[in-house]
Write a protein that binds this ligand. Structure first.
Ligand code: NAD
Length: 376
């Protein structure tokens, strides 16, 4: 089987879907690998590195013409795939719930699209989970971004010239990104608190040495939530949560928001009036900015100021750590494909009745087949 690694076309995307390490591993399975020239530059993987790993480096059309499997990070423009074989598999973060028209275009072009972000959250698929690998790095980077925009130190410092108080940092949304943000902020010496709607996160917050701030009484989401995800909470809970945030946020120096609900806009959790209660010089990082934002006034791709508070809304945070993000993403893709590799036939076999295959497959033989796209 021939695998092609495409150069990303989306603005600002620095990641790449394979590394020298995964190219070697694919070749070890008996595959041939073609890499579009320059594909790894943004992630510090040179054409020479790919070449040394055994890949053929060449033009996009050379890669497309021969490939049985195309690897990408973001969904490529359908027009940029002209020349690909009918029935070619396209594997990447294809944003199926956000851009359905593009998935239809893949289907019409005879491309068999597999969306890695729809990977089921089951134990067998943990090593294939691109949402976790990328969110983990985004959570880490969000704290560094906050620190770089904050004009003060994180740890308490007792110096000959006097004492500097520790930074107070509040994390809203304690999934993969939020947990890493807590751990990173603690390592830098901040006093950390955090909240979520899923009750299972209380213990996780406390185990990282942070203070759990929760709405008193019932109304949140029991345990881990279905599939580890949050759903919409009741209006009563939302009102209590807003009150809780209002009381807490005025005493914080930095707030990191990561709250997401799959398939819906991000919940709005911080209002302009709440921002006005924070001290000038405080920083908010809105990691949910591209999904609609948790923070009123945050702007995708921009750093803005409101009431003297800096609101950071960087897009595509994993791409800001492109080398590590690509290394983990590439391994997620390798772990997925190698799990379905038939050693004897030296090819990929995707069984129709497999939960993982059903979870990620979007198109088949010219049609959109994923149940979430058929019902939405
Ligand atoms: P996510 O990115 O979908 O959401 C981030 C967080 O925002 C979640 O914790 C969610 O509960 C929270 N949130 C949503 N609405 C909120 C609100 N109104 N107020 C406060 N918080 C709100 O979540 P994620 O990072 O993808 O992970 C969710 C969970 O899934 C984690 O506990 C993780 O451990 C688990 N997980 C399991 C597996 C697996 O079993 N294979 C893999 C990855 C993650």
């Amino acid at each position: 089987m021939k695998i092609a690694v495409l150069k990303e076309g989306a603005a600002g995307e620095r990641r790449v879907a394979a590394t020298a390490e995964t190219v070697k591993k694919f070749i070890g399975l008996g595959a041939q690998v073609a890499v579009e020239a320059g594909a790894g530059i943004g992630a510090t993987v040179s054409d020479a590195d790919f070449d040394a790993a055994g890949a053929t480096v060449g033009s996009r059309s050379d890669a497309l013409n021969v490939a049985d499997i195309l690897l990408c990070v973001q969904p490529p423009e359908p027009a940029s795939l002209v020349g690909a074989k009918k029935g070619v598999l396209l594997v990447g973060a294809l944003n199926p719930l956000g851009d359905r028209a593009r998935i239809e275009a893949y289907a019409s072009a005879g491309i068999e699209a597999l969306a890695m972000e729809l990977m089921p959250r089951i134990t067998r698929a943990q090593t294939m989970d691109i949402l976790s690998s990328q969110s983990n790095l985004a959570g880490y980077k969000s704290v560094l971004d906050a620190a770089s925009h904050y004009g003060r130190a994180f740890p308490m410092m007792m110096t000959a010239a006097g004492t500097i108080a520790a930074t107070r940092l509040f994390v809203i949304g304690v999934g993969v990104a939020g947990l890493q943000a807590i751990a990173t902020a603690r390592r830098l010496g901040a006093v950390v608190s955090a909240t979520d709607v899923r009750s299972a996160t209380r213990e996780q917050i406390e185990s990282l040495g942070a203070k759990a701030i929760f709405v008193a009484g019932e109304g949140g989401i029991e345990g881990e939530g279905e599939g580890g995800y949050a759903s919409e909470v009741s209006p009563e809970y939302q009102a209590k949560q807003a009150e809780l945030v209002s009381g807490h946020i005025a005493k914080q120096d930095i707030v990191i928001t990561t709250a997401l609900i799959p398939g819906r806009p991000a919940p709005r959790l911080i209002t302009d009036a709440q921002i006005a209660t924070m001290r000038p010089g405080s920083v908010i990082v809105d990691l949910a900015v591209e999904q609609g934002g948790n923070v009123e006034g945050s702007v995708p791709g921009e750093v803005v100021e409101q009431h003297g508070v800096t609101i950071v809304g960087y897009r595509n945070v994993p791409s800001r750590m492109a080398t590590d993000a690509s290394a983990l993403y590439a391994r997620n893709l390798y772990n997925f494909l190698s799990a379905f590799w038939d050693q004897e036939q030296r090819r990929l076999v995707l069984p129709d009745d497999d939960e993982i295959v059903q979870g990620v497959r979007l198109t088949r033989e010219g049609k959109v087949v994923h149940e979430r796209l058929l019902t939405s």
